[in-house]
Design a protein. Structure first.
Length: 260
């Protein structure tokens, strides 16, 4: 991909205050795009914008809440005001608490579904309406997780939200094809976003045994996949899910050979 391959393009990245979202926003700006950095936490937004201020593209801070229609409308209006137009939307905002179903409070279920699934719906709807009204071909890339197809204890809300996100994306890809708006999904595996004190070490160690590539992924590797799907090289790709997981979704790598 050319160094400034996204020059003149306007991109909105949600959940861009840290981790994968920050890597995606940075990658677009380094390739010339104007990027609206969206996150619920203004301090994190400011940190991301500061981190990419020397990029060939430019970044603008748009703190906001993707969980409400009013919040989303403000995000899109503010982003377009700064960027001039909207070509790319990356729905990365997500939360992932852990709780068994029998103990799960309703507000935790709602928080996950509202952020991960409803937020993706609202942002996609608002962005697509803008693209259609302005007759701009565009790209929507939604960030899922291996949880969309692989259940795990304590994550009923998270798994449900990511499974819903994938099916929502496939339907939206069909509905927006006539407008030449691509809708695709990147599904990260275990990504190194820094040590988290609330993650069980055994959980991480067990996951590592399922990765044929033998290591965690880097946020920049998810960003590379997103940029590919938003590039001219992915012109004939829509409604697809790209697993970026070091091969962990290929099967039960942790099993020994059945003979010998």
């Amino acid at each position: 991909m050319a160094e400034h391959g996204f020059a003149g393009r306007g991109a909105v990245v949600t959940g861009a205050g840290a981790g994968i979202g920050r890597a995606i926003a940075t990658a677009f700006a380094r390739r010339g795009a104007a990027v609206a950095v969206v996150d619920l936490h203004p301090d994190r937004v400011a940190e991301t914008v500061a981190a990419i201020e020397d990029a060939p593209g430019r970044a603008v801070a748009v703190p906001g809440d993707v969980r409400t229609q009013a919040g989303v409308e403000r995000i899109i209006e503010e982003a377009v005001r700064h960027l001039g137009h909207l070509d790319i939307l990356v729905n990365n905002a997500g939360v992932y608490p852990n709780c068994p179903v029998l103990d799960m409070p309703e507000d935790q279920w709602n928080a996950v579904i509202d952020t991960n699934l409803k937020g993706t719906f609202l942002m996609s709807q608002a962005a697509a309406r803008r693209m259609v009204a302005e007759r701009r071909a565009g790209h929507i890339v939604n960030i899922a997780s291996g949880a969309y197809k692989s259940a795990r204890r304590g994550a009923a809300h998270y798994c449900a939200s990511k499974a819903g996100l994938v099916m929502f994306s496939r339907v939206l890809a069909q509905e927006l094809a006539d407008h030449r708006i691509h809708v695709n999904v990147v599904s990260p595996g275990l990504i190194d976003v820094g040590r988290r004190g609330d993650v069980n070490p055994r959980y991480r160690e067990t996951l590592m045994t399922t990765i044929p590539w033998g290591r965690m992924g880097e946020p920049s590797e998810i960003a590379d996949a997103v940029l590919f799907l938003a590039s001219p090289g992915a012109e004939f790709i829509t409604g697809a899910v790209l697993d970026v997981d070091g091969g962990s979704s290929a099967g039960r790598y942790f099993l020994p050979y059945s003979r010998g």
